[in-house]
Design a protein around this ligand. Sequence first.
Ligand code: PGA
Length: 256
Amino acid sequence: MDKKGNYYIVGNWKMNPGDKNEARKIFNGVKKASQRKKSEIVICPPFPYLGIFSSERLPKSLHLGAQNCFFKERGSFTGEVSPKQLLDLKVEYVIVGHSERRSLGESDEFISKKIRALLDLGIKPIVCIGESQRDKNGNYIQFLESQLSSVFSEVKTGEVNRVIVAYEPVWAIGKNEGEAITGRLLYEMVVFVRRFLSRRYSKEKGFSVSVLYGGSVSSVNTKDILEEGKVDGLLIGRSSLDSESFSEIISIAEDL
Ligand code: PGA
């Protein structure tokens, strides 16, 4: 993102909360916190709640996102949801390739088909990459490079800046802030992603892509991650389920 304080703050609710009343409560809290903000705030609830929230009037800075999709428009694909159906529900973003979905068997090829389908419809994919562990020899860098190659395999030069990359090291998801990445270490990864894209497309393109960070983000480490890590935003799991914590993160980002 270009302007200072203009961050992506994305809430990934995963398979939470347990019922629609609780979902509405959290959503109302986020709606209140999103009034007159310059950040791009995106809530990714489970599919059924998208159906509820899509009929509401949202503040300008609040957008709906989904946690997954299929790559076909319609047809005999039991249990799947198409990008077109999501577009119908005013969904503007879709998280693709989250490690929790990769661990269920989603391949790089499958993920890149989804990215293609989303770009074709004008929906922004938030594509997750991340190593499960770090080794001293730096093999994780090759691993990330192959994930990136595959993510961008179907992305044309003119479309690069419509893809949002979320760097989510698997070892840092679902932990406490002390075990999350530090801003300094994160900055190296941001540079790595931009270098990869600069080589593949152009320097200008490499810098036009938004790179987010996800993995144990809370109000405690938000400032360090945004300032030192120099990311364009955050992908937040647990802290997005408490509208007060989520609002605090938004305020910290807005004040930077
Ligand atoms: P967490 O999840 O913030 O609860 O660690 C992040 C994610 O998996 O996207």
